[in-house]
Design a binder for this molecule. Structure first.
Ligand code: HEM
Length: 531
């Protein structure tokens, strides 16, 4: 079939393409994808031959309700909701504006655009959650509070992510992963990596936040958290049996449970070493140095929801990417085995061990670049402004398209290739700034290194790597996510070989994060001989 793509040259005053692209199949029009609903004819130009064809008025109709249906059907298909963005980009070009559920949405595909938005967070742009999501996490969640409270809550929530807490977490998490892998390998059956990573991440977080380790209690809480998470992208009406209804009911149960736990902690003298205890120890502090009970409860839930599915999905993708790229897998295994050999038998990992995982860190980085756990970051526009040459109006929604940035061949050579070595970083024998400040004379070697350093900065442009966002709302759990992934990869590659039992690449339907529908089932075999 001979397909020709025609683009409209016409632009609106704000700089966005007025019309989309038009496909023709031989002489016959087969699709008109993405015209605004003005119902009049329009001229389209073939980019290559410059031939102009006229579109029939009827073909120019493309209503906004049809667009909503396209988005929902992409989210409900095995291609995932990013397919909606991919198609519209094909029709309109990289920058495009579209109306969804009554709101204008702009997709921002560039590093410069991301910089403008992230560096004007709270001033020109703010996060705006859809109602079902805001109801799920609660009004006092870090994700919903206004800027005044955001700073205080974020500062107080940072405790569990301090080096001291993380170093305890590494030890506990490593013990958990080792034991569970061992059980699975002994059992010898195939298991789904995503189920494994969801459970292990959930259990580790409940232990760190509230010291909950009882299996049946964990199962109960996880059921409620899953119902809440499922309701986050649902229609927000309290219709019994609906996903939204089940989510709200699960949230009410969970809040009651948190409340009881807080009051029993206050009445008990038992010592706990966890996030909740560190918050309750602040009871007598001034108001700006503590969280009230509903802030504590909403944010425990936010940390669980924000940390579980994201990290679990990233771990699942790392297994898939490493299975597809055996060279990267064997380089990683070599590094991890050398770390294992240098530790006493049976010893668990500590933070210093993770610092030695230079190739492992690159595997994590590359996994996060390619998996795009958060596809784009939505913000509402607080005042009329400009992003690059585009005029943006107050009340519009702008979406920083991290996925497009991570797959931009100008930023990442062969972007579809899983290549952890693209993040190779030069080791500098000295601190550039101070050596330049002190001596003011640059010898030939320094100059050479400096030039290479500048080149590297060019490759790794600021705002070109955004798996955790950027600016004042950058992910709170960055370090925890990275170290969780490193521990998981260490135990997997230094202890086992695996085979993937289902190579289906379909994505899970209705999931807010891209995840394989199969969840990546694998079978482990122990690597005893190599150690
Ligand atoms: C691989 C795993 C993870 C990824 C890819 C990830 C990604 C992100 C991204 C992109 C944002 C910013 C969203 C935006 O700007 O709109 C974010 C925010 C956040 N993340 Fe993560 N995250 C991960 C793990 C975690 C973990 C383990 C936790 C907690 C234990 C966590 C807690 C949060 C919180 C609380 C925020 C909101 C920060 C704020 O609004 O100030 N995340 N995450």
């Amino acid at each position: 079939m001979n397909l020709t793509l025609y683009y409209s040259q016409e632009k609106e005053d704000d700089g966005f393409a007025k019309w989309g692209a038009l496909f023709t199949c031989k002489e016959q029009l087969c699709h008109n994808l993405g015209c605004t609903p003005f119902g009049r004819g329009h001229n389209f130009r073939n980019q290559e031959t410059k031939e102009i064809i006229r579109c029939h008025p009827r073909m120019a109709r493309f209503s906004s309700s049809w667009r909503n249906i396209l988005l929902l059907s992409a989210a409900n298909s095995s291609k995932g909701c990013y397919d909606f963005v991919r198609c519209r980009r094909l029709w309109y070009g990289n920058w495009f504006k579209t109306r969804l559920f009554g709101k204008v949405h702009v997709f921002v595909p560039s590093v410069a655009g991301a910089k403008t938005i992230f560096s004007n967070e709270f001033r020109l742009f703010d996060k705006c959650l859809v109602k079902s999501m805001a109801d799920a996490v609660g009004k006092k969640s870090l994700l919903c509070v206004p800027v005044e409270s955001h700073k205080r809550i974020r500062r107080l929530l940072s405790g569990p992510f301090s080096t001291d807490s993380l170093s305890k977490f590494v030890h506990k998490f490593d013990k958990l992963v080792s034991e569970r892998f061992k059980k699975l390998a002994e059992n010898g059956n195939s298991f789904v990596v995503l189920d494994f990573t969801m459970k292990i991440q959930f259990d580790a977080m409940c232990d760190m936040l509230m010291s909950i380790t009882d299996e049946s209690l964990l199962d109960e809480i996880e059921k409620d958290c899953t119902a809440i998470s499922d309701s986050m992208l649902s229609f927000p009406a309290m219709i019994p049996g609906s996903r939204y209804y089940k989510g709200i009911k699960a949230r009410e149960r969970l809040m009651r449970f948190f409340k009881e736990m807080i009051s029993s902690r206050r009445n008990s003298k038992e010592a706990h070493e966890d996030f909740l205890q560190s918050m309750l120890e602040r009871d007598s502090f001034p108001a700006d140095e503590k969280l009230d009970d509903s802030e504590i409860m909403d944010n425990i839930l936010t940390l669980i929801l924000g940390g579980q599915s994201t990290t679990a999905a990233a771990m699942m993708w790392s297994v898939k990417f490493l299975d597809d790229n055996k060279q990267a897998q064997s380089m990683l295994r070599e590094e991890q085995l050398s770390i294992l050999r240098n530790k006493p038998e049976g010893a668990f990992l500590c933070l210093e061990d993770l610092n030695k995982m230079s190739y492992g860190s690159k595997v994590v980085k590359e996994t996060l670049r390619m998996s795009n756990v958060l596809l784009w970051f939505p913000r509402v526009v607080l005042a009329d402004c400009k992003i690059q040459e585009f005029d943006i109006k107050k009340g519009w929604h702008v979406n920083i398209d991290a996925t497009h940035i991570h797959y931009d061949p100008e930023l990442y050579k062969d972007p579809l290739n899983f290549n952890p070595s693209r993040f190779d970083v030069l080791k500098y024998p000295f601190d550039f700034q101070s050596s330049i400040d002190q001596f003011m004379i640059i010898d030939a070697k320094t100059l050479r290194n400096l030039t290479r350093y500048v080149c590297l900065q060019e490759i790794q442009k600021p705002y070109s790597y955004l798996p955790f966002g950027s600016g004042p709302r950058v992910c709170l759990g960055i370090n925890m996510a990275k170290l969780t992934m490193l521990v998981f990869l260490h135990r997997l590659t230094s202890g086992y070989n695996w085979t993937v039992d289902d190579q289906d690449l379909s994505l899970e339907k209705k999931s807010p994060f891209p995840r394989l529908k199969s969840g990546v089932p694998i079978t482990l075999t122990t690597l005893r001989d190599e150690i």
